[in-house]
Design a protein around this ligand. Sequence first.
Ligand code: ZN
Length: 161
Amino acid sequence: RPTRKVEKVTEEIRALTRAMVETMHAAPGVGLAANQVGSPWRLLVIDLTVGDEPSHLNVLLNPEIKALEGSQVGEEGCLSFPDVTLDIERAFRVEVAAMDLDGKPVEISGEGLLARALLHEIEHLDGETCLRNVSPLKRELVKRQIRKRMKAGDWVAAAAT
Ligand code: ZN
């Protein structure tokens, strides 16, 4: 589902952020959107170092894409679809405006993997997933694979790892 704008940084938002960072690092993953963990807020966390470099953690509230440049094709995974990787075309560079945990406006630009992660997570916040970027045939194949694993009782277990 699309998310709601964070109007004020409350203790609830701070606690949510801490829990999301923990979940992302434990997965392990490089990014997580709040609606992936059942929260309604427009909030994402990204850490390309998966916890190795605390200064590389990005927490963005209300992120909006301001500019896109170039293109790149690369393999992408998603914590919402364990074990599924897809070749997805994204912009090579992106500029994003957002708010930080102090309630201050911030701008971040990313290239390569950081651009990919930003676009992937913002897509989640818009209520979409990376599956919208692949062909209908590929999308159907992935959905069939997921249904098969759900039937086999393998999906919930896989999602927890
Ligand atoms: Zn994802």
